[in-house]
Design a protein around this ligand. Structure first.
Ligand code: SF4
Length: 364
């Protein structure tokens, strides 16, 4: 039953039944034909994004040369890590495909969820934006708009406007019993998601999210339907959440071995990659005879999500692993090398982008 199957967008529980989510919440699977149409997007191509709502409208807009937007954001409660950076990388892919990026700093949410005052969240927000610029986001005004929730009256206006039709029962059904602060933060987020259409008029909008954020998408679509008759219902893409690299259910702050940030000392990163869970067998003999299981392997997933640029290499590694021709020790060493190279390059680029990030956020 849907009623006893809630996803908690602020929680740390892992999702263990994606098929059930797809069925019960009406998420569409990415068909092969749609994948082919959106093949330029690395996360769709690699099947990391598995589901969507209304992604077809984006393709249609692309085909017809109509404007469309890609919206996302970050709660400024800490540096990007392997898990949280996935959506940031996804919006860069969508921007390269022609979407205008709308990127919100969810500082109201970081206060409501984590008790971080807006002023304190500023430096984290600068760090987050410098990261996303280093990932390749083009911040020119015709291609991107970046805001802080606390400083953007338009998103607050949407929150007040849509609240008139929201009852506590409705929020309870979606989120369970939460503080009013979190309920308000979710209504502010409705403002974030419809902002492209408030600012630029009705146009298809796609919001790349982890599946755990779907409650916000459902709420936004419902309130858009009821309040903004001319707007497109905001669409979404859903990616598989990365589990903890140490084999724990989910990347979580309380378990530092489950993830690393791009700000961490390189020797700590190296240690964590070396300690990652693999899908390998218990010894070399079995690995050669039976092959490994890349689907269960966090080394393979780190390469797939972040550190391997070449699709062919990924495919070859997969095949060699299942045939028992690739050994985990060698593959881990390769992954360490690629991760460190990626992080070093990323930091070099990021250093030069801090001032730019500050300007974009209008922080002195
Ligand atoms: S060989 Fe590589 S992909 Fe296969 S299980 Fe080992 S580390 Fe993972």
């Amino acid at each position: 039953m849907v009623d006893d199957f809630k996803i908690d967008p602020w929680g740390v529980s892992a999702i263990d039944d994606y098929d059930r989510l797809i069925r019960e919440f009406g998420i569409e699977e990415i068909t092969e034909s749609l994948r082919q149409k959106m093949i330029k997007n690395r996360f769709i191509r690699r099947k990391i994004i598995f589901g969507h709502r209304d992604l077809g409208l984006i393709y249609k807009a692309m085909e017809q040369g109509q404007p469309w937007a890609v919206m996302s954001g970050i709660k400024p409660s800490g540096p990007f890590h392997l898990g949280t950076s996935t959506t940031a990388l996804e919006i860069v892919e969508f921007q390269r495909m022609g979407g205008k990026v709308y990127y919100g700093i969810a500082d109201i949410e970081s206060w409501e969820d984590n008790g971080i005052p807006w002023e304190e969240a500023e430096e984290t927000a600068v760090d987050n934006i410098a990261d996303i610029l280093a990932f390749g986001l083009d911040p020119s005004p015709e291609k991107a708009y970046i805001w802080r929730q606390s400083k953007e009256p338009k998103v607050k206006d949407v929150c007040f406007k849509v609240s008139r039709l929201v009852t506590q029962n409705m929020l309870n059904a979606i989120y369970g019993e939460r503080t009013f602060g979190l309920y308000i933060a979710s209504l502010i987020q409705v403002g974030d998601i419809v902002l492209p259409q408030v600012v630029e008029g009705p146009q298809p909008t796609i919001v790349p999210v982890g599946i755990d954020q779907d409650p916000h998408i459902r709420l936004t679509r419902d309130l858009t339907r009821r309040n903004y008759k001319k707007f497109f219902l905001p669409g979404a893409t859903y990616h598989y959440l990365l589990a903890g690299i140490d084999g724990s259910e989910k990347m979580a702050k309380r378990n530092p071995n489950s993830y690393f940030t791009f700000n961490e000392p390189l020797d700590a990163v190296e240690k964590k990659v070396k300690g990652a869970l693999t899908g390998g067998r218990k010894n070399l003999k079995e690995q050669k005879e039976l092959g490994g299981d890349p689907q269960k392997c966090m080394v393979y997933k780190m390469l797939m999500y972040h550190f391997e640029e070449n699709d062919e290499t990924l495919k070859k590694d997969f095949e060699m692993c299942v045939k028992g021709e690739l050994m985990c020790g060698d593959h881990k060493r390769e992954c360490v090398e690629k991760a460190l190279k990626f992080i070093k390059n990323h930091r070099k680029k990021k250093e030069k982008l801090i001032d730019k990030a500050r300007n974009l956020l209008k922080i002195d």
